[in-house]
Design a protein around this ligand. Structure first.
Ligand code: KIV
Ligand code: ZN
Length: 500
């Protein structure tokens, strides 16, 4: 029986980790695997056990973590590779051997007959050891189709549970994908999976075409990581299947954005702002016409609700901005401009934009406070005087904070799960009787590279009346940036309370 829902086989921890420059520790891999499991992908390819001791350790950790997803490991068609996977306690194996003439001749130095025998023997060996087997004919899409069908038929007879069709160098078009997958579906009666690379930017379109032709599983990676230009992006495939194809998935799509942020942070690979679904601009609007439309009816310029993927609409101030959007942003920052003041702010924002300047929140704050006559500096209720943290491998992270509140000095210390947590708790200890807030969101981004990178922290906090504001701060010290962002946010909320 084919599965009722389409399966997502996530290979972030295997093909994704093969992204040039990416190497994850066992702890990082386990962290990502747990998040993928919360997201409810169907299968997690945890790694390629035979690669190294560390990789084996990581795959074993994930296999033993009690996850709900099928945990799978990659292996070539050799006993050594299958044994390495067995040592990791895996119950599911992804076996592969190249089948295209170019790979057979120049890489494997095998004849077609020899490769076929190796594939069959490895499947039989893995099945004899109780493993579930997905078989991949590497470079399937440049393989002679009659031979490809012969290989897939033989491995299925040997016991393979699924066959995967890798477009290893990303050369298919959607039309070719449909034809190829359709032919393979005629030849074998086990579930068919698709694995597309993005060399021509076709990975997602080809994966969807494979589904149209009968594939019931798609290989994906978070943020489209993977060899060279990457694999089909999990978030794009999932949302296209869900929203455009109306297919059933097990996925908790609301966790897509936080999963993308986690993977970007741990792999060090930034997400381009214009990346669909998870890029910073995916639900951001600057132009006056768009912002106006979105503010009165989000679906005017948003194809799906951002909440569906764990995001929110953002209105950006800039050269193309209009009064509605800028007013909304300025109100979020704690101002209450009159109609005329809002127009004046827009004029000034456009002037900056015309000079080729990107309008930051700080710029907008300065403009709004000048126009609305709320000089921010003087109105700061809280001022950070000092911050000290103690942390290490064997000590409980502790932070002490010295704050000036309405001219009086207060000191508080707290412990936490890390120095940032401890410092934020210490601030709240001082300010709790002044303002009761909930930290709704905390985001950390490296603005530059290297260990001295400038980090930007964005916090979103909500007061007891439901007013939400976001505030940010940047520093090369993450704890300092976090504390300053929190103090900025509290100041803004306190300002709105006095101007309400
Ligand atoms: O792209 C590819 O061919 C692969 C195989 C290991 C399936 O990643
Ligand atoms: Zn691949």
């Amino acid at each position: 029986m084919p599965p009722k829902h389409l399966r997502l086989f996530d290979t972030t921890l295997r093909d994704g980790e093969q992204t040039p420059g990416v190497a994850l520790t066992a702890e990082d891999k386990l962290h990502i695997a747990r998040q993928l499991d919360r997201l409810r992908v169907d299968a997690i390819e945890a790694g390629f056990p035979v690669t190294s001791k560390g990789e084996m350790e990581a795959v074993r950790l994930i296999a033993q973590a009690g996850l709900k997803a099928e945990v799978c490991g990659l292996a070539r068609t050799t006993r050594q590779d299958v044994d390495a996977a067995l040592k990791c306690d895996l119950r599911s194996l992804h076996l592969f051997i190249a089948t295209s003439d170019i790979h057979l001749r120049h890489k494997l130095h095998l004849t077609r007959g020899q490769a076929l025998r190796k594939a069959v023997e490895a499947v039989e060996y893995a099945k004899a050891h109780g493993l579930q087997v997905e078989f991949s004919a590497e470079d399937a899409t440049r393989t002679d189709i009659a031979y490809l069908k012969q290989v897939y038929t033989a491995v299925v007879e040997a016991g393979a549970d699924r066959v995967n069709v890798p477009d290893t160098v990303g050369v298919l078009t959607p039309q070719q994908t449909r034809r190829l997958v359709g032919e393979i579906a005629e030849a074998v009666k086990v579930p068919i999976s698709i694995h597309c690379h993005n060399d021509f930017g076709m990975a997602v379109a080809n994966s969807l075409a494979a589904v149209e032709a009968g594939a019931t599983q798609v290989h994906v990676t978070v943020n489209g990581l993977g060899e060279r230009s990457g694999n089909a992006a999990l978030e794009e495939v999932a949302m296209a299947l869900y929203s455009l194809y109306r297919r059933r998935l097990r996925l908790r799509t609301r966790l897509l954005y936080e999963t993308s942020r986690l993977v970007s942070r741990l792999t060090g690979v930034p997400v381009p702002p214009n990346k669909p679904i998870v890029g910073e601009n995916a639900f951001a609007h600057e132009s006056g016409i768009h912002a106006h439309g979105v503010l009165s009816m989000p679906l005017t310029y948003e194809p799906i609700s951002p909440a569906l993927v764990g995001r929110e609409t953002t209105i950006v101030a800039g050269k193309h901005a209009g009064v509605h959007g800028v007013r909304r942003r300025v109100e979020e920052l704690g101002f209450k401009p009159s109609e005329q003041q809002a127009r004046e702010i827009v004029e000034r924002v456009k002037e900056l934009g015309d000079r080729g300047k990107y309008v930051t929140t700080t710029d907008l704050l300065a403009i709004a406070s000048a126009v609305c006559g709320q000089p921010l500096a003087e109105e700061r209720v809280l001022e950070l005087k000092d911050l000290a943290v103690v942390t290490g491998t064997d000590v409980i992270p502790t932070a002490s904070v010295r704050l000036i509140v309405k001219g009086r000095e207060y000191v508080a210390s707290e412990t936490g799960v890390g120095p940032v947590d401890a410092a934020i708790k210490a601030i709240r200890k001082i300010t709790d009787n002044l303002i009761n807030v909930r930290l709704k969101e905390y985001r950390l981004e490296a603005l530059t590279g290297g260990s001295d990178a400038l980090a930007e922290v964005v916090v979103k906090i909500e007061d007891a009346g439901g007013k939400v504001i976001s505030a940010r701060a940047a520093s090369s010290d993450i704890v300092k940036a976090s504390v300053e962002a929190m103090v900025n946010g509290l100041n803004r909320l306190l300002q709105t309370q006095t101007t309400r």
